[in-house]
Write a protein that binds this ligand. Structure first.
Ligand code: PLP
Length: 389
């Protein structure tokens, strides 16, 4: 089989029909580029769903995975392992000060579930405050704190009580947190699916202060914003706010599925043996990938690159009168018209981008290795599409 159509037909025969897919079958990736089975290349500004922050198939990560695969693919947390010890130490060193405990799991949703479970145990409370517009994952607990009813409908009774507060309204946030004294307040600091909406630093400071006053745990869902993507290792560090827990996934393994919860030392001290656990969390292959990916983030100064990419993209948007929001390699561009046809037009020109819950906002989650020249080709394609329209 050699064509996109043939592979699409074979996959559709057996895959549960739950994803709307682009009509391409991808076979290769390198840097900001992916290639389909027919050899056509695409500039990946969608970043493999926000995973490829290091670029696709970063050679250092690929080599680390190959080396680990030669040694030991997997053993569980029943035993210690050099790969896990190294990855954990590096991650704790890059984490905000005083958050030196790490719990590894396998996906973003699982990371949020784990954080909320820790919060419930540590506080002895069950309710959670979440933020309108947030996305936290598809497992039942994470889903209960996800705003869009298209994801949540039919599963409302799956979790303890959840109260949603508006993003950016400090007064309401403080009032609700002090009144409800929840186990946790969970927030996606930049709402990616929500169109890259965020709030002023003062809002996050209010959440931190109110949580400390109410004895509630503040959880930053940094599944997308973490690992250097917004210009610092975590968004919490970028804005100087200190949550009790931070969840990471997406870019953490450089393309290998893995997630982590960073936990405040005082909170971690309340977690006992057997309270959290997963077979595959902290497995050697994933740990080798994490250690190598974090080394690349540090050595190649990817946070700095993320800021350069933001500045270059933002300047291009400004020239065209397009408003953008987000930070670093997470950008929402408001076209003031539905972006569906523009996204399809870009894909036809070999450029992958994403939509969001706001039909007018296009999402870019590009790799940090994106060049000024590649950004130029994105805007040239946008100009052609807008002129033709
Ligand atoms: C902010 C955020 N949190 C959690 C998740 C869930 O992560 P996963 O799909 O790995 O379970 C996602 C996934 O897109 C996300 O964007």
């Amino acid at each position: 089989m050699t064509t996109n159509a043939e592979w699409m037909a074979l996959e559709d025969e057996t895959q549960l029909a739950t994803y709307k897919k682009w009509p391409i079958a991808l076979a290769k990736g390198y840097g900001s580029t992916v290639e389909d089975v027919e050899g056509r290349t695409y500039l990946d500004l969608y970043g493999g769903h926000c995973v490829a922050f290091l670029g696709h198939n970063h050679p250092h990560v690929v080599q680390a995975i190959k080396d680990q695969a030669d040694q030991l693919l997997f053993y569980s947390n029943a035993a210690y392992a050099p790969a896990r010890a190294r990855a954990s130490a590096r991650l704790a060193r890059m984490a905000p000060e005083g958050m030196s405990k790490v719990f590894f799991i396998n996906s973003g949703a699982e990371a949020n579930e784990s954080a909320m479970k820790i919060a419930r145990k540590a506080t002895g409370r069950a309710n959670v405050v979440a933020v309108e517009g947030d996305f936290h994952g598809r497992t039942l607990g994470a889903l209960a704190t996800t705003w869009e009813t298209q994801y949540r409908k039919g599963y409302e009774k799956a979790f303890g009580p959840v109260t949603f507060i508006p993003l950016g309204d400090s007064e309401t946030a403080r009032e609700v947190i002090l009144r409800e004294q929840p186990a946790a307040v969970i927030i996606e600091p930049i709402q990616s699916m929500g169109g890259m909406r965020t709030a002023p630093v003062e809002y996050f400071q209010t959440l931190e202060a109110a949580c400390r006053e109410a004895g509630s745990m503040l959880i930053f869902d940094e599944v997308q914003t973490g690992v250097g993507r917004t210009g610092a290792f975590t968004y919490a560090q970028l804005i100087g706010v200190r949550p009790h827990m931070i969840t990471l996934a997406k870019s953490l393994g450089g393309g290998v599925p893995v997630a982590a919860v960073l936990i405040d030392d005082a909170v971690a001290a309340k977690v006992g043996y057997g309270e959290q656990g997963t077979t595959f969390g902290g497995g050697m292959l994933a740990m080798a990938a994490v250690d190598a990916a974090l080394e690349v983030v540090e050595n190649e100064h990817l946070s700095q690159r993320a800021r350069f990419i933001w500045d270059t993209l933002e300047a291009g948007c400004r020239e065209r009168g397009l408003r953008c929001q987000g930070a670093g390699c997470l950008m929402g561009i408001d076209f003031g018209q539905p972006v569906g046809p523009i996204i399809a037009g870009l894909r036809a020109k070999g450029i992958l981008t994403g939509g969001s819950a706001d039909p007018n906002i296009m999402r870019l989650m590009p790799p940090a290795v994106l060049t000024a020249e590649e950004i130029g080709s994105f805007f040239a394609a946008i100009d052609e599409i807008l002129v033709a329209a």
